[in-house]
Design a binder for this molecule. Sequence first.
Ligand code: ATP
Ligand code: MG
Length: 410
Amino acid sequence: MKQSQLFTKTRKEAPKDETSKNAELLIRGGFIFKEMAGVYSYLPLGLRVLNNIENIIRNEMNQVGGMEMKTTILQNKEIWQKTDRWNDEVVDNWFKTELKNGGEIGLSFTNEEAYSNILKQYVSSHKDLPVYLYDFKNIFRNETRSKSGIMRGREFYWKALYSFSRDNAEHDAFYEKMKTIYQNIFKKVGIGHLTYLTFASGGSFSKYSHEFQTLTPVGEDTIYLDENSGIAINKEVYNDEVIAELKLNKDDLIEKRAVEVGNIFSLGTKFSEPFDLKYRDEKEEERLVIMGSYGIGLGRLMGTIVEVLSDEKGIVWPEEVAPFRVHLLSLGEDAEAEKIYKNLSEKGVEVLFDDREVSAGEKFADSDLIGIPYRVVVSKKSLAAGGVEVKKRSEEKSEVVSIEKFLKQF
Ligand code: ATP
Ligand code: MG
């Protein structure tokens, strides 16, 4: 894409109403647009990042047999009454609205009810199970806190998978698989080295749930981390009994701030019971389906990447999620740059070509702010030195390589 055609423009000043680094850098870089507190639109650059994250997650979900679908945002009051979660005293962060011809509906704040209700129509025999279903969806929560930019939104984008298993053993095996899959995802998006499996309270059906917590001083959670085993405990469940049960040593645990980028939960029969979600086993006996839920906040993940990987000049995107792979800067050498742009584009390499008529300083500053992994400069100087100047966003040093050699890499 030619940068001259990108309608968004970078800005030098930080937005006055943002305190978080992720929102500040993403707004300045033209990735997101703030509609109101806790509500952000994704602009072309931001959507490219979000789509990359989405595809990484989708591939991993499909690997474990997940099937993608799309549940609705408008939710039927009656299905939520089955679990008593329509009740404002049980769930206090609903966005609800009224229909013109009478009756109330809600904007989905989670998906268990919707999935259980759908599955009820299709599951009757042990042959129908297990099933693993997921969707990517906008979720609505009337959050009181909204100072963390896209890490905590009132409207946010997530992936939620639900597992429907025949018994606890089948559930447990899948749950363990998902722990590994989740670690793979966080590695692929570039924050694996900072993300830890964290034990948290489990609700009524299992002692623990598991969170994936990424270390950052701006995280809202406090965890106790054992760096040797890579296991952490959320402060909410942290006590001597838990430490002993996990065979950890209290002296090894370090208190850290972290953000929950994902979580996995054993739900047991909490939802299958109210929805009467049952199947007949081989002996024709009726049994309740065992469920699990597996969530990741994509916006929160994107915000976390910005928080932990940026520097004083701007964002440093990992290659797998970057909006483009190469940022090509022409400093008065448009004809030469255009040839490189064409060549790379024909090979399917995603290039942002800065063809604007602005100063070199402005191009460099914007390139650092936007954070594309490879910066390639074509200038009189670089051509005289034998080619183009290539620099990784994550490194200080640059080198001049011949155009031929540079193009051969792709
Ligand atoms: P938190 O404890 O941070 O409020 P949660 O436990 O309510 O999150 P879930 O309902 O389990 O979160 O949602 C699954 C995932 O969705 C979380 O792990 C997180 O990554 C993301 N998420 C939750 N709330 C928000 C939000 N308000 N904005 C952005 N992402 C969110
Ligand atoms: Mg939580």
